[in-house]
Design a protein around this ligand. Sequence first.
Ligand code: ZN
Length: 117
Amino acid sequence: MTSDEITGPVPDGGAPDGPAPDGGAPDGGAPDGAYVDGNAAAGPLSEVFVGDVTSAVGRCAHCGRTAAMATARCYPHSHGLLLCCPGCSGILLRLVETDGQLRLDLHGVSFLTLTRP
Ligand SMILES: [Zn+2]
């Protein structure tokens, strides 16, 4: 994966363009493969955030669903780590490590409420 894949254009309210090479939906939506719950993202996200982001409440920028990030669908091995909304399958968050750098795309979260550690 290149760093351009995470910074490419993303249409408002939608997932990135083009089919996902890992079997994702043709419209660029969430992958069709197996997922685990959002708690699986706690470890990787702890490298970026001080608190536990999976306990934070986020609002899906695509459908407006508001819930703890732990309730999201986690695809740990798809274009990095993806968290997808269980309501609309839109991508909430993407974390990619490239060349020793962590890139976090929060395009799909309109807000995130974190509890102070
Ligand atoms: Zn949604």
